[in-house]
Write a new protein. Sequence first.
Length: 256
Amino acid sequence: MITARLAIVSVPLALSLAACTASGQRASGPAGSGDGWTVLFDGGDPSAHLRGYRRADFPAEWKVEDGALVLRGKGGDIVTKDQYADFEFQVEWKVAPGGNSGIMWHVSEEFGAPWETGPEMQVLDDERHNDGKSRLTSAGACYALYAAPAGAVKPAGEWNVAYIKAVGPKVVYRLNGVTTAEFDMSSKQWKDRVAGSKFASMPNFGTRPVGHIAIQDHGDVVMFRNMRVRSLGGVAAPAPAPTPAPAAAPAPAPAG
């Protein structure tokens, strides 16, 4: 899904800070540790803060190219090493024509796929992918539950800025500065929508108060850069490196 600070700033810096939008976008680029943001990936070693889902290592198929984290081929989902309760998360993403991916949060590694526990913000080429025909599964949507408005996403091959804020049960998604979903997970509306969706068969979906942030491998070429997170309370210690699970029935088809 802020602590106030008192400072004396010059006029140019004040104007720069004023350019920050409610979507979490910044005029001045990646934040440093001074304002509470943790840079998860900025073109350096992604394994510093990320690893594979239910893996101890970082998948080699996710490559760093020109400052972006790029997946070409099958690499598996990746997750943050840390877990978060209340948080803000921001990342820039770009997909190839027809591409599909997703950002999930409050993810547990108890099950075969991150979307069995974590709600998703859809990452998609709306124009060419079949999911773009429905606002419920288009870019920026809370996948299959809350529809995103048309026009927020940029065409395939262009960078988008995604932002998620989760505080208690209240969650906001923004894409390129546009609010694309806003919901309360304690509400009857949320519960009714989950009950009427594919997630009704997943009793642990959306129930975790803390968890990893995950980036989905949906089998398409996708790129991420300038990935950062700010805890607003309740950061958990990094989870122990997962032990390979025994063979089990395959997880259901990818969610989004």
